[in-house]
Design a protein around this ligand. Structure first.
Ligand SMILES: Cc1cc2nc3c(=O)[nH]c(=O)nc-3n(C[C@H](O)[C@H](O)[C@H](O)COP(=O)(O)OP(=O)(O)OC[C@H]3O[C@@H](n4cnc5c(N)ncnc54)[C@H](O)[C@@H]3O)c2cc1C
Length: 387
C-alpha cells in the first residue's frame, strides 16, 4: 500500500465504526448513547449514499417472506420499532397491495392468507377498483396489506443531527484501508484510514471496531489479510418510474417468485420498479473473487433492464405499459448464504472476525438493525465497556 504521508494516531476511542450506511450510522449512535466515545468513517461525502439509499425503500412488515416464517415474524416486530423510532421518515400515506400470480408462484392465494394469519399481518381483499387493474388470467387474487416506504434522505438527515448531538466524530470522505492488531496501551484494534481529499493517512486505535461496509465487507477484510466471509454479491438495478394516476398513491407486489414490485419512493416522489429476475444483473461468490467488489462495481456495465421489467409487469398489471422510465439505481447487494436457501433476512453479527475486537455486521434489510441490540448488550457487557 502506497502512503502519501506517514500515518499518525489521530484518535484513541472506545469504538470505531466503518461504513456510514444506515447500519453503521445507527450502530454508532447506539454505542454513543451507551456512553462510548465513537468515530464513524464513511468513504462517500455524505451518510446513506449507497445501499441504504439505492433500494426499494420498503419497510417490510412480513408479507414478503412466506418461505421463512421466522423472518416474517421478526419483520413484524422490527417494523413496529422502526416506525416508532423513525415515524417522520416513513411514508404511510399510500395503499399497499399484494397480488398472487396464478403460475410460477411459490404460494397460492390460500397459502398466502394462511401465512399472513400465522404471522399476524393484517390482510383483506383488495377493493374492486384495484382488482380491476390486474389481468385475472395472470393473477389469482389481490389483497390489501399494511406496508410502508422509508425516505432515506430524511433518515440521513435525522441520523446526522442525532450523531452530532451525541458527539460522534463523523468523518465522511474517509476510507478505511485495513484493520490491524492494536497495542496494549492504545486499544485492541488499529484501523488505518485515508482522507480521500488529501491522501492523508490516519490511524484510529479502539477497543472495538465494527465493519459495517455491506458489499465492501470482504474488501476491507481482504486488505487486512483476514479470511473473507461467505457472501454472494449481486449487481442490481432498481428502475425509477413515473406511474399513471390510478397507481400514484399505491404500491404493488406480485407474489411469490420471478415477479415485480412497484412502490412509492418517498425521497423523490417517483416509484421504484424492481423485478426478481431482472433486478440482479450479475452475481458472484465473494470468496472466489480476487477483485475488490467496489472496483468491480465501478467497471461493470450499466445497461438498463427496464424494458424487460416493464414487459413482464404488463402481463399482470396492464397499466405498466404507461410507466415512464426516469432513471435507474445501480448498486451492489450482499446476500448471506442462508438467504439464498429460504429467502430469509437474518443479520450477521460476527464477533472477533479474524482479529480480537473486530466485529462484522451485515443486515438483509434496514429494520434488521434492531436484531443487533442483543449482540451488543452481551458484547459490551463482556468487555465491561458500558459506562
Ligand atoms: C436492490 C436492493 C433493494 C433493497 N430493498 C430493500 C428494501 O426494500 N427494504 C429494506 O429494508 N432493505 C432493502 N435492501 C437492503 C438494504 O439496502 C440493506 O440491508 C441496507 O441498506 C444495508 O445497510 P448498510 O449500512 O449495511 O449498507 P450501506 O448503506 O451500503 O452502507 C455501507 C457503507 O459503507 C461505506 N464503505 C464501504 N467501504 C468503506 C471503507 N473502506 N471505508 C469507509 N466506508 C466504507 C459505503 O460507502 C457505504 O456508505 C435492498 C438492497 C438492495 C441492494
Amino acid at each position: 500500500m502506497q502512503r502519501d504521508s506517514a500515518p499518525r494516531t489521530a484518535h484513541t476511542v472506545d469504538a470505531l465504526v466503518v461504513g456510514g450506511g444506515f447500519f453503521g450510522a445507527w450502530l454508532a449512535l447506539d454505542l454513543a448513547r451507551r456512553g462510548l466515545s465513537v468515530v464513524l468513517l464513511e468513504r462517500e461525502r455524505e451518510l446513506l449514499q449507497r445501499a441504504s439509499l439505492k433500494n426499494q425503500a420498503r419497510v417490510h412488515n412480513g408479507y414478503h417472506y412466506p418461505r421463512s416464517i421466522l423472518t416474517g415474524l421478526r419483520s413484524r416486530v422490527n417494523s413496529e420499532r422502526f416506525l416508532n423510532e423513525f415515524e417522520d421518515c416513513v411514508d404511510q400515506s399510500f395503499s399497499m397491495y399484494y397480488a398472487v400470480a396464478r403460475r410460477l408462484s411459490n404460494v397460492t392465494a390460500a397459502q398466502f392468507k394462511q401465512f399472513c394469519a400465522r404471522i399476524g399481518a393484517p390482510l383483506a381483499p383488495a377493493p374492486r377498483a384495484i382488482r380491476d387493474l390486474f389481468d385475472p388470467a395472470a393473477v389469482e387474487d389481490v389483497f390489501t396489506a399494511e406496508e410502508w416506504a422509508f425516505d432515506a434522505v430524511k433518515l440521513a438527515a435525522r441520523l446526522r443531527s442525532a450523531l452530532a448531538r451525541e458527539r460522534v466524530d463523523v468523518r465522511t470522505g474517509c476510507e478505511a484501508l485495513a484493520f490491524e492488531p492494536g497495542t496494549a496501551q492504545a486499544g485492541r484494534i488499529a484501523t488505518r484510514a485515508r482522507v480521500l481529499s488529501t491522501g492523508e493517512e490516519l490511524i484510529f486505535a479502539s477497543e472495538h471496531a465494527f465493519n459495517c461496509t455491506y458489499a465492501s465487507l470482504n474488501d476491507v477484510l481482504a486488505r487486512s489479510g483476514i479470511e473473507k466471509l461467505a457472501l454472494k454479491i449481486e449487481h442490481t438495478e432498481i428502475v425509477l418510474v413515473d406511474v399513471p394516476e390510478p397507481l400514484k398513491n399505491v404500491g404493488v407486489t406480485v407474489m411469490c417468485g420471478p415477479f415485480f414490485s412497484v412502490m412509492p419512493f418517498p425521497s423523490n416522489g417517483l416509484h421504484t420498479l424492481s423485478h426478481v429476475r431482472y433486478t440482479p444483473h450479475a452475481a458472484w461468490q465473494d470468496r472466489e473473487s480476487d477483485e475488490a467488489n467496489q472496483a468491480r462495481f465501478e467497471r461493470l456495465p450499466r445497461r438498463s433492464n427496464a424494458a424487460f421489467m416493464l414487459k413482464d409487469a404488463e402481463r399482470y398489471l396492464p397499466l405498466a405499459s404507461k410507466f415512464e422510465v426516469r432513471d435507474s439505481f445501480f448498486e451492489l447487494k450482499a446476500v448471506l448464504p442462508q438467504s439464498e436457501a429460504d429467502d430469509s433476512r437474518p443479520i450477521l453479527f460476527k464477533r472477533d472476525a479474524g482479529l480480537a475486537g473486530l466485529n462484522c455486521v451485515l443486515g438483509g434489510k434496514i429494520d434488521n438493525v434492531y436484531d443487533m441490540s442483543r449482540e451488543l448488550d452481551s458484547l459490551l457487557a463482556v468487555r465491561g465497556l458500558t459506562r
